[in-house]
Design a protein around this ligand. Structure first.
Ligand code: ZN
Length: 120
């Protein structure tokens, strides 16, 4: 037994020399913080993608597939650079998808929104 300093909270404790934490709580806190830090970029991307999907769905519920200006989406916080994949429709249209919701660029910077009900 020796006196060790907890690497999470800085308190000293008695224990085996290879112990790094004073308690299970400190051990868990430490690993959760490390996990959060490692996944920060993923969390940020998830947030943008979910926001994009929510904006598209909101607009789809109002306009269905009528053409609307891309700026209308952007004014609601839509980031056109972030999407999940492309979908090529059987008739040759290319849709930029955010999960199940996507859009194709129409003309004049207008877009048409679609929602897929299955993934072929
Ligand atoms: Zn501690």
């Amino acid at each position: 037994m020796k006196t060790t300093t907890c690497i999470q909270c800085g308190s000293t404790f008695q224990g085996r020399s290879n112990k790094k934490f004073c308690s299970l709580t400190c051990k868990n806190t430490h690993h959760n913080e490390a996990y959060r830090e490692q996944n920060k970029v993923l969390t940020q991307l998830d947030k943008i993608l979910h926001k994009n999907r929510a904006v598209l769905l909101d607009m789809y519920n109002v306009y269905r597939s009528s053409p609307i200006k891309l700026e209308t989406l952007q004014a609601r916080g839509f980031h056109p650079n972030y999407h999940t994949h492309f979908f090529n429709s059987p008739v040759g249209d290319k849709y930029t998808m955010i999960y199940d919701v996507g859009y194709k660029v129409h003309y004049d910077n207008q877009v048409q929104i679609v929602q897929l009900d299955n993934v072929a």
